[in-house]
Design a binder for this molecule. Structure first.
Ligand SMILES: [Zn+2]
Ligand SMILES: [Zn+2]
Length: 210
């Protein structure tokens, strides 16, 4: 299981980083991205603090990527903040996309894709044009196991396939019970409309970590 979108107590998650990665290890994870919610007010603090999780390097048999999820940042501010996060050492940059269950600013999906972030999380009713831009800019579109955000998974998969854009399955974990196994990730991708073979391809031949 590779999951590049999770949260800790540094934003609205329930677990400190060490407990999150220990629980992920028990679920068979081989890589995890810790991507707490950031905007301009907290990005330095969060990335500086999260980077200390590298103390586990060589202790756990799991790759840990330190990152950030740009959340409710106005579209015009996304590209500069993504660049700033990378400058601060973010190994994975996620943008909190236009999920239908939150008032995310229209234009957020497009701004994230144009900024060339790694993952556009829960992109909601993404358009075909945006999905095509995502393919061009090598931005992965997220299939999510998170309740609420997941209601548009089928739409995301359909347009990603139409455009040839890359997909990833993430949990957006905020609590221990949100973590899943690789087999569950395959089921979530299949539930969104992929065949078992396509789902296995997305989960096992991960677009970002191979
Ligand atoms: Zn999000
Ligand atoms: Zn999230």
């Amino acid at each position: 299981m590779i999951d590049l979108h999770t949260h800790t107590t540094f934003s609205d998650g329930e677990l400190i980083p060490s407990e999150l990665v220990r629980r992920a290890e028990v679920h068979g994870y081989t890589a995890i991205g810790i991507t707490d919610h950031v905007d301009y007010t907290n990005v330095e603090h969060i990335l500086t603090s999260l980077s200390k999780i590298k103390y586990l390097k060589g202790v756990l048999d799991m790759q840990i990527l330190v990152g950030a999820e740009l959340t409710h940042v106005p579209p015009t501010k996304i590209a500069p903040l993504a660049a700033f996060a990378r400058k601060l050492g973010a190994e994975i940059v996620v943008v909190h996309g236009e999920t239908p269950v939150e008032p995310v600013s229209p234009g957020t999906n497009r701004a994230a894709i144009l900024a060339g972030v790694d993952i556009l999380a829960h992109p909601g009713f993404i358009t075909l044009e945006e999905a095509e831009l995502a393919k061009e800019n090598n931005v992965c579109l997220e299939i999510t196991s998170r309740l609420g955000h997941n209601i548009t998974n089928g739409h995301v998969v359909r347009l990603a396939r139409q455009a040839g854009a890359k997909m990833v399955v993430d949990t957006d974990s905020h609590a221990p019970e949100d973590l899943i196994t690789g087999e569950r990730a395959v089921e979530i991708a299949m539930g969104a409309g992929l065949t078992r073979e396509q789902a296995l391809d997305v989960v096992n031949r991960h677009a970002i970590i191979r």
